[in-house]
Design a protein around this ligand. Structure first.
Ligand code: NAG
Length: 317
């Protein structure tokens, strides 16, 4: 044997060991990833979804992972000032730039009108509507996660939102559910413009065909009569409505809710009920065929905030 300075690896040996490693990893990987986070939807013998093993909200591992990424990259929150390649603008400034300069590359004259498939208004492009609510836009995700985890939401569930506005919450449902399974009643025209002309197209969700109906308070006639929803929710809506109208709405909604398993969730408070007095409130709900299931508190993921939710179910088939 010649004294070798290192280990000599011949080409066939190298190829073999690479192949062996690849085979080993191939079998190990699905195992590793299914331990930390089962993210696939499995179907049972009856072909229905089983989502008992799926978590919609972030896991502890997810949070540890992102914190590690920030630490590894030594990231600090710095003041957002003009620097190389970065020119911070307010929404108002951005809108002015957009109207004045139209971006760097753009069509002029006649050509300006036939190259853009779905021209969107500048006000929507700069996302002014993301500041329409008292709380951050990201809070929409909190609402989705709370409701989805509460009812063990499956992609084939049917969901009705009362007052979806600009889809701050609705986008998350639309993305998760199969096409046509998200419905919403909203009366604010400008919000619906933002939803249809900006949010759905920019999020790539047009193919989900959500049924979003512009209509006055609590008129559900255009949703068809055959659908039984798994979830009906109103996020910060009932508190802005006269009690009488809320009761009219609930009466109409009961028949559209799946008996027993279906849930109605109402956020913030249920003064429309408690104002009647405890006993009268329960009596009124019972007469509609509704049962109060309890009060929940859900903490926000990204900011110091919590939301209160009231849960109801339908008692009679
Ligand atoms: C847009 O319109 C102009 C002027 O009529 C025409 O010359 C051009 O070919 C059109 N472009 C497209 C993409 O249709």
């Amino acid at each position: 044997m010649a004294p070798s300075k290192g280990v000599i690896i011949t080409v066939p040996v190298l190829v073999l060991s690479v192949a062996a490693t690849a085979i080993f990893l191939f079998f190990l990987f699905p195992f590793l990833s299914s331990c930390s986070r089962p993210a696939t939807i499995t179907t049972d013998d009856s072909g229905s979804f089983d989502r008992s093993d799926i978590q919609i909200s972030a896991t502890e591992e997810d949070i540890a992972w992102v914190k590690y990424q920030i630490q590894q990259n030594k990231l600090e929150m710095l003041p957002n000032v003009l620097r190389k390649g970065i020119n911070p603008r307010t929404r108002a400034q951005q809108l002015q730039d957009l109207n004045q300069f139209k971006g760097i590359s753009h069509y002029e004259g006649e050509e300006a009108n036939n190259h853009t498939a779905l021209p969107c208004l500048g006000e929507l492009l700069v996302e002014e509507h993301h500041s329409n609510y008292g709380e951050p836009w990201a809070g929409g995700r909190d609402v989705f996660e709370f409701l989805a985890e509460s009812i063990k939401l499956r992609p084939d569930a049917r969901v009705l939102e009362i007052g979806c506005g600009t889809l701050r919450v609705g986008l998350h449902f639309i993305r998760y559910l199969i096409p046509e399974h998200y419905h919403c009643l909203e009366r604010d025209e400008l919000s619906l413009m933002a939803a249809f002309r900006y949010e759905l197209p920019s999020q790539g969700l047009l193919h989900k065909r959500p049924l979003i109906v512009r209509g006055e308070d609590m008129d559900f006639n255009r949703f068809g009569s055959g659908i039984r929803y798994d979830l009906i929710y109103a996020s910060a809506v009932f508190l802005h409505m006269p009690d009488k109208l809320v009761w009219v709405g609930l009466e109409r909604l009961v028949t559209r809710l799946k008996p027993f398993e279906g849930r109605i969730f109402v956020s913030h408070n249920i003064k429309f009920c408690s104002r009647l007095g405890g006993e009268e409130c329960t009596k009124r709900l019972t007469s509609l065929g509704l049962e109060y299931m309890g009060k929940h508190t859900h903490d926000s993921f990204l900011f110091n905030h919590y939301e209160i939710w009231f849960e109801f179910r339908r008692l009679k088939a």
